[in-house]
Design a binder for this molecule. Structure first.
Ligand SMILES: [Mn+2]
Length: 284
């Protein structure tokens, strides 16, 4: 993993770190607009735009042990990339670290998810990603939820912010639990977040944020933008609710070539929000 650029304030050595960041620059199965392979470093660049002190948490990120390992090598095909992410995440989980992965297209989440047993998965996404296979690949980014659903079990996966589902995904025998974007806006994120916490019975939660779950007005830099999405503040509140149980996080599908900078900035700020929120419950 050779990358000189580090996430802002990630100054800890691996051994002392609670949170470990790594990038997974990969976008070979992206269907519409590629570019997510540039996201890890774009998110890092934007991470320097923020104060180290998060006043609403009363936490200075300089006091939080965060390590940034840099980027994984971009390997040949999606199956190899998923395996490389799995190996890396397994090392971090084995060392009792809180992994934070900067994607990359959503496929990389499949590798990380394999390392979390007895864990509930919360996936924020515009798309259900519930195809069994797509373009002859089971690890295509359109199949992510399906793979996690098979690994973790139907009761351990909840999707949030959904507003794009194919007829096949909707009508098949396997049913994934989801709360669509319209329902989140009708019901309110606080009520929805509490409901999700009850739906996911495992103590630990892994949170995967496909940035297209957020409305393209706030996050235009993504491969397949989909209107009528969630707001950044709804994501912030969601993180607040799940933080006590959070065990790992990734943000995926940021695509810098389609961005005006705001999407990478938002992703960087959400990473900082996850670190500050989870730190309260992880520090000894
Ligand atoms: Mn998506």
């Amino acid at each position: 993993m050779a990358s000189l650029l580090k996430f802002a304030d990630a100054s800890a050595e691996f051994g002392e770190a609670t949170f470990v960041i790594f990038g997974a620059p990969f976008d070979r199965t992206t269907s519409f607009r590629p570019g997510a392979r540039f996201a890890p470093n774009a998110i890092r660049e934007h991470s320097y735009n923020f104060e180290t002190f998060l006043f609403e948490h009363q936490i200075d990120l300089l006091d939080v042990p965060v390590c940034d390992l840099g980027n994984l090598d971009e390997v040949g095909d999606v199956d190899q990339m998923v395996e490389l992410v799995r190996q890396t995440t397994a090392e971090l989980v084995g060392a009792n670290k809180f992994p934070i992965m900067l994607g990359g297209e959503h496929s990389v989440t499949i590798g990380a998810a394999k390392c979390f047993k007895e864990t509930g998965f919360l996936i924020v996404d515009a798309h259900l990603d519930f195809r069994d296979s797509y373009m002859n690949s089971k690890n295509n980014h359109a199949c992510v939820t399906r793979r996690i659903f098979e690994m973790a079990g139907p009761e351990n996966v909840v999707c949030l912010g959904i507003r794009s589902v194919s007829k096949d995904e909707f009508g098949g025998d396997a049913k994934v639990q989801y709360i669509d974007a319209y329902q989140v806006n009708e019901e309110g994120i606080e009520s929805v977040a509490k409901r999700v916490m009850n739906m996911l019975r495992c103590e630990k939660i892994y949170f995967s944020l496909d940035i297209d779950g957020i409305d393209p007005a706030y996050a235009p830099g993504t491969g397949t933008p989909e209107p009528f999405g969630l707001t950044p503040l709804q994501i912030k509140k969601l993180i607040h609710f799940i933080a006590p149980r959070l065990a790992g996080f990734d943000v995926v599908e940021v695509s810098p070539p389609s961005d005006n900078g705001n999407t990478s900035a938002l992703a960087a700020r959400i990473v900082r929000e996850v670190i500050a929120s989870a730190w309260k419950f992880r520090k000894q």
